[in-house]
Write a protein that binds this ligand. Structure first.
Ligand code: GLY
Length: 444
């Protein structure tokens, strides 16, 4: 099979069979007869008739790759063909969703409706027998989302394990993101502003901001120290020194999440620091192995990054002392990564099991988003970083450990903001699959 253009029919067949099995088990646990999933509706701005961007219910796009079908519903009853109640309104103000087509439609009984309220006639008669997953405001008549805990726990826990179809979608999402990353780097090298780089990105991705899986982070110089910097300066800085870009792509409802950091000067100290983080990041990616506790990988990353800080003269204490005293968290103040898939921060990062429960974060690591043990099928991000964040450095200055910091080195790196390098990595039964590096390695 051509991995760039796989035949989606058998992949989707197997994907749907997996979803059906999971739904059967979830419904049995919750004591329900039907799984009912509204796509959702657009929300309107206060005192206005303009809707916010519509983002489909992730449960809906797990079943069908229709991300722009508000007002539609899926009904699944174990043993029966799933039904898609598809809203195609008579509307000359807005684009009407195109009729369902493609590799997946043969598996559904498709009912077209013209008004949202018509959906009710095609949902199961007794809502008390239904697990309806969604927001209360998406109700039609008495079909009101009830989000049973037992059903959600089961589905969310298993969503971490991607089917071969989902991995195929995520490989394409990675290629789209990488294509745009290459254009963004070229724009940076050409002296563009943050806004100009962003425009180069969306043009190369051929996706609007609403299509992208999250808001682009396009940060030049000190802005790279703001973890979720989503502003865009329209003028380039007088002296571009560094460029951190955290941006992904979407494909059929699946996300990629990719971060790279570049130095303007390719033979300087900041480039050397980037190279060190890059080497470390590759090592962490190699740790995405079945049976590995993601919490351990995160704490291990702290030790390695603290070692880099020491090697580059930023701290004088040992890596162990830096981790123990929390100094490493001043420079690496976020988690190593998170699950990814239908949502850029995939659900159930803390799920203890299919029956619910939570795996706590390690003490002193409040921003870690994933605490599960890795297993084949999981896709996670690996995104170590080192930053020079004024707020955190000011706090560190007041602590006894301040004596073990080389503040001149901190001042030298501060104008570059920071470094983050992020790949999407699939855990397999063998070596990890790095979706991001594979996409960068391909000629596009
Ligand atoms: N890469 C963006 C985020 O994880 O929020």
């Amino acid at each position: 099979m051509d991995s760039r253009h796989p035949d989606l029919h058998p992949l989707y067949d197997e994907h749907l069979a997996t979803l059906r099995q999971r739904a059967d088990a979830a419904l049995a646990r919750g004591g329900f007869d039907h799984l009912v999933i509204p796509a959702g509706h657009p929300r309107y701005q206060f005192l206005d008739d303009r809707p916010y961007t519509f983002y489909v219910n992730p449960h809906f796009k797990h079943w069908v790759p229709s991300t722009k079908a508000p007002g539609s519903w899926i009904v699944y009853t174990p043993g029966r063909r799933p039904r898609l109640v598809f809203l195609q309104p008579h509307d000359y103000w807005h684009a009407v969703p195109e009729a369902p087509a493609g590799y997946w439609v043969e598996h559904f009984e498709i009912v077209v409706i013209r008004e949202p309220a018509e959906a009710r006639a095609h949902l199961p008669a007794d809502p008390a027998r239904c697990a309806i997953l969604g927001e209360a405001e998406w109700a039609v008549a008495d079909a009101v989302p009830n989000n049973p805990r037992a059903v959600l726990d089961h589905l969310h826990y298993h969503r971490a394990f991607k089917t071969a179809y989902e991995l195929a979608m995520m490989r394409v999402a990675s290629r789209i993101g990488v294509r745009a990353h290459r254009a963004a780097e070229a724009a940076f090298r050409a002296g563009e502003s943050e806004f100009g780089i962003h425009m180069a990105y969306v043009a190369a991705a051929r996706q609007t901001e609403a299509d992208l899986p999250y808001s682009n982070i396009i940060a030049l110089n000190e802005h790279a120290a703001i973890l979720h910097y989503t502003e865009f300066d329209h003028a380039p800085p007088a002296h571009p020194r560094s460029f951190l870009i955290d941006a992904g792509g979407s494909f059929h409802g699946y996300a990629s999440d990719i971060t790279r950091t570049y130095a303007a000067q390719r033979d300087g100290e900041f480039q050397a620091l980037i190279d060190a983080v890059d080497r470390a990041q590759l090592g962490f990616c190699d740790g995405v192995r079945a049976g590995r506790d993601y919490r351990d990988l995160h704490v291990h990353a702290h030790h390695v990054l603290a070692g880099i800080l020491r090697e580059h003269g930023v701290i004088r204490m040992s890596a162990e002392a830096a981790v123990e005293t929390g100094v490493s968290a001043v420079f690496f103040p976020h988690g190593l990564g998170h699950g990814i898939g239908l949502q850029v921060h995939e659900v159930a990062g803390f799920a203890a099991g299919e029956d619910g429960g939570t795996i706590a974060r390690p003490e002193g690591h409040p921003y870690l988003r994933l605490t599960r043990v890795l297993a084949p099928g999981m896709v996670v991000t690996i995104e170590p970083g080192l930053y020079f964040i004024d707020m955190l450095l000011a706090e560190l200055r007041k602590r006894p450990e301040a004596a073990d910091i080389d503040w001149d080195r901190v001042a030298a790196f501060r104008p570059y903001g920071g470094i983050r390098i992020e790949d999407d990595v699939a855990c397999t039964t063998e070596a990890p699959e790095n979706l991001t590096r594979d996409a960068f390695a391909e000629a596009i």
